[in-house]
Design a protein around this ligand. Structure first.
Ligand code: HEC
Length: 176
């Protein structure tokens, strides 16, 4: 009797249910000022993918790399409902080299080795601009401190379509 009551309480506590993002299990985890590398994001919605978007001086010839942008499910649902990104929104950006002419392929490109793992988090209480950006050295780093404002956020703030996010490149988030 007592045990089943405890189990019921435990389940109620662990179930995100209608309590909104505050109790969702996919929220970012910080240790001090450092963001712990997000886990489980392979199962998150993919907001969009791109090939060869070049916005840095170091862009080289060739197709460039694939970018795959995941978003934590609780924030994804909130954005679809309200059109705004709640605190706790987490994007994970994976970069892959573009490979071609393997096996039966005569043309086209597919994702090769992963070459980068980055993330961004919205938290208005924690970050002055509302957003912070993190690099995990392609997964080698278990936790990361935020990059400086000018390094990442300046470009996002100036060119990201909605609240510093590049919604214009993400078919799952933009209107069309
Ligand atoms: C010159 C502009 C520019 C700078 C500087 C920049 N980004 Fe981005 N970022 C983009 C563009 C464009 C996208 C859109 C999608 C893509 O690249 O795949 C993007 C997308 C992202 C995303 C996916 C979520 C979103 O906001 O759209 C993350 C995460 C990200 N960048 C991290 C970083 C980090 C970390 C840095 C700094 C080390 C950085 N960015 C610096 C232009 C920039």
């Amino acid at each position: 009797m007592r045990l089943s009551w405890l189990v019921a309480v435990a389940i109620a506590t662990l179930t995100p249910g209608e309590n909104g993002p505050a109790s969702a299990p996919d929220l970012p985890h910080f240790e001090g000022a450092a963001l712990v590398q997000p886990t489980g994001y392979e199962e998150w919605p993919v907001a969009g993918t791109s090939l060869g978007l070049s916005y840095s001086e170091s862009s080289t010839a060739g197709p460039g790399s694939f970018h795959r942008v995941y978003m934590n499910p609780s924030a994804y649902r909130a954005f679809k409902r309200t059109g705004t990104f709640p605190d706790g929104t987490t994007f994970v950006l994976e970069l892959f080299e573009a490979r071609e002419r393997t096996s039966i392929l005569k043309g086209g490109f597919f994702e090769g080795r992963r070459t980068g793992l980055e993330a961004s988090v919205k938290d208005r209480a924690r970050f002055a601009s509302g957003w912070a950006y993190f690099g995990f050295e392609n997964g080698a780093r278990a936790r990361a401190l935020a990059h400086g404002e000018t390094e990442c956020h300046a470009c996002h703030a100036a060119h990201g379509q909605v609240d510093s996010v590049f919604v214009q490149f993400y078919p799952k988030l933009r209107a069309d």
